[in-house]
Design a protein around this ligand. Structure first.
Ligand code: DGT
Ligand code: CA
Ligand code: CA
Ligand code: ZN
Length: 592
């Protein structure tokens, strides 16, 4: 093809929008079909353009969830980069459906009505109409609803878009480093949800100490990433970056740095509870420090702590709490128990350097970009001593999924690279597809010869909860299934999880000795709370990059962060073990 074809994500986005336009026109059934197809596109391992090139229109139609008529539209998009049908819909309904439907209280019917009666095309128009009292005049509207919409618009302005942590952390870290290295600062640190490594973040809260705070602010608002300066003061400024993320920078006194770091790291509930502990002791805790009367001779309030976070927790009678745990989910109680030498203290969290291997990676044998050898070298560069090659299995034929014959050929190549490469061992694996009934698309005889078998749902995402739970429980019954890959199928900010009874699944994993994956890619699947449930139940976790290129081993960090937020120790995570210990652990299930 001469023109660069659209990515699967871009095609999916257009299909989603068509679905929304059809919904606006009260068309029956079709909106669901477009949604389904969009989702199928998002989960495809290989670019739709490649699939089309290899198998034509017929191959597009064979993608599960894509019918004949939508396949034709995808073909047109691939061939021309445009879609007449879509352009026509857009012309007829030229409003920003995506943004408008994100406003709470605004549904498809409203969007249609707002356009027909008031020519409202986007959120700015909507806000104007609400502020001038025009919305309330419409049928089925009221002053109350108008106010609700205004509040919701206001909310979206401040909290609307939450950013995936992986999309912003490298840039924020870079800014933090530049601020730290600045000649006018003594210290600088990112606080807030970013420091807690929450999977999505609203804005970035940065702190610094300096004797020349005006200079620091000057530097901050003039950084090349800054698109707009929202506020500029001597000790506090706020900017918006080109990517849309807002950054606050506060310069605080040196003796308050720890207190400010603690305060602005949050979360809010954790802070409120901590302040109550201070009050119970007759003290006061705020972003400037911990203050109170300590000794009998003291008069007035003195600073008891504030320079470091550690001394604040210590003076309040708590063990130090890692930022990832500060979510008010029992960490304070555990920290008190620990400080008092009682059992059930805080977990010793897995460290960011603890991983020795990666158990889900794909290569150019299926939908990955690089060869087995290139992936192994990249894993080695990341400091890993082993990696499992887990290309897709045959049902995902469109991704080049491997059948029995091809997988046996791959083993030969793995053996060859293993003989050549020192220091990193390549394990034979597969990402086996879970069929509708929970069985797998490769025979046990093949699975038995693999070092690492991960099983994944890539179809029938919409199954009712009970059926899905049954399906996955059947899958993990298979003694050859070592790991359930990305157990819920969600993608942060993009795709909702499948419906499954997580408690039953974890029980099943415990009973069968199946490992659950904490996928470190944009999926971050399992979620932190589910990792915690698994860990509490004694189920082992594997943190995998799911790398599709040699650059993606850096993703592992986000999986580790998620595992830490799930209270996981190194012991809970199988790939902190040496390759032999890890394999021994997997064998435990197979020989059970
Ligand atoms: P985000 O930005 O929505 O992802 O979440 P955070 O946690 O970064 O929240 P943000 O940016 O609103 O505020 C940063 C921190 O400041 C927050 O984690 C705790 C602290 N904080 C904010 N508001 C309050 C408050 O009303 N009381 C207390 N004690 N702390 C607060
Ligand atoms: Ca924040
Ligand atoms: Ca903030
Ligand atoms: Zn997968």
């Amino acid at each position: 093809m001469s023109t660069p074809s659209l990515s699967n994500q871009e095609i999916a986005r257009i299909l989603y929008q068509i679905g929304e336009y059809l919904e606006l026109q009260d068309v029956a059934f079709k909106p669901r079909a477009y949604e389904r197809a969009a989702r199928a596109l998002e989960t495809l391992g290989a670019p739709a353009g490649d699939i089309y090139q290899k198998g034509g229109l017929k191959a597009l139609g064979e993608i599960s969830g894509v019918g004949e008529s939508i396949a034709q539209k995808i073909e047109e998009l691939i061939r021309t980069g445009h879609l007449k049908y879509y352009e026509q819909l857009k012309e007829k309904l030229p409003m920003d459906v995506e943004a408008l439907s994100a406003i709470e209280g605004v549904g498809p019917k409203h969007i249609k009505q707002f356009w027909q009666k008031l020519k409202i095309k986007n959120v700015i128009d909507l806000e104007k109409a609400a502020k001038t009292g025009k919305l309330r005049t419409l049928e089925r509207m009221s002053e109350k609803l108008e106010q609700k919409i205004l509040r919701s618009i206001e909310f979206h302005k401040t909290h609307g878009a939450r950013f995936f942590i992986g999309a912003i952390l490298p840039e924020i870290r870079d800014i933090e480093k530049r601020l730290k290295n600045l000649q006018w600062t003594r210290n600088a640190a990112v606080a807030g949800s970013i420091r807690r490594r929450k999977e999505t973040v609203g804005d970035a809260d940065i702190l610094a100490t300096s004797d020349h705070s005006a200079k620091v602010m000057e530097f901050f608002i003039n950084m090349p990433e800054v698109a707009e300066v929202l506020a500029h003061g001597d000790t506090k400024s706020m900017v918006r970056l080109h990517n849309g993320l807002e950054l606050d920078l506060r310069v605080v006194p040196e003796e308050s740095f720890g207190a400010a770091l603690q305060y602005f790291t949050g979360n809010k509930d954790h802070n409120v509870a901590l302040r109550k502990i201070a009050i119970a002791r007759g003290w006061k805790l705020n972003e400037y420090g911990l203050f109170g009367v300590q000794g009998a001779g003291d008069r007035g309030q003195k600073q008891i702590a504030g320079r470091t976070e550690e001394e604040i927790y210590d003076k309040l009678g708590l063990a130090y709490i890692e930022p990832e745990l500060r979510e008010m989910t029992g960490e304070l109680e555990a920290a008190i128990r620990q400080a008092q030498g009682k059992p059930n203290g805080l977990p010793k969290l897995i460290d960011y350097n603890d991983l020795k291997g990666d158990l889900q990676t794909q290569t150019n044998w299926s939908d990955g970009e690089h060869s087995i050898e290139e992936m192994a070298k990249a894993a080695q560069a990341r400091g890993l001593t082993y990696l499992a090659i887990t290309d897709h299995s045959k049902r995902l034929a469109m991704t080049g999924g491997l059948d029995e014959k091809k997988i046996k050929r791959q083993w030969k190549e793995i053996d060859r690279v293993n003989r050549k490469l020192k220091g990193t061992r390549i394990l034979k694996g597969s990402e086996v597809d879970i069929l509708k009934d929970g069985s797998l698309d490769l025979p046990d005889a093949i699975l038995a010869q693999l070092d690492v078998v991960g099983a994944s749902v890539h179809s029938y995402f919409e199954m009712p909860r009970a059926d899905m739970t049954k399906r996955l429980l059947r899958t993990i019954q298979n003694p050859h299934v070592d790991i359930l890959f990305h157990p819920t199928g969600r993608v942060v900010n993009k795709r909702k999880p499948i419906e499954v009874d997580m408690e039953m699944l974890i029980k099943g994993a415990k009973k069968t000795g199946t490992v659950l994956e904490a996928n470190a890619s944009e999926r971050l699947d399992l979620k932190d709370e589910h990792i915690r449930m698994a860990v509490e139940a004694g189920v082992k976790i594997a943190i995998d990059s799911d790398a599709h290129s040699n650059a993606q081993f850096s993703l592992l960090e986000y999986g580790i962060a998620q595992a830490r937020r799930g209270w996981a120790t190194a012991e809970d995570v199988i790939n902190t073990r040496t390759v032999d210990d890890m394999l021994l652990l997997l064998k435990g299930k197979r020989t059970k």
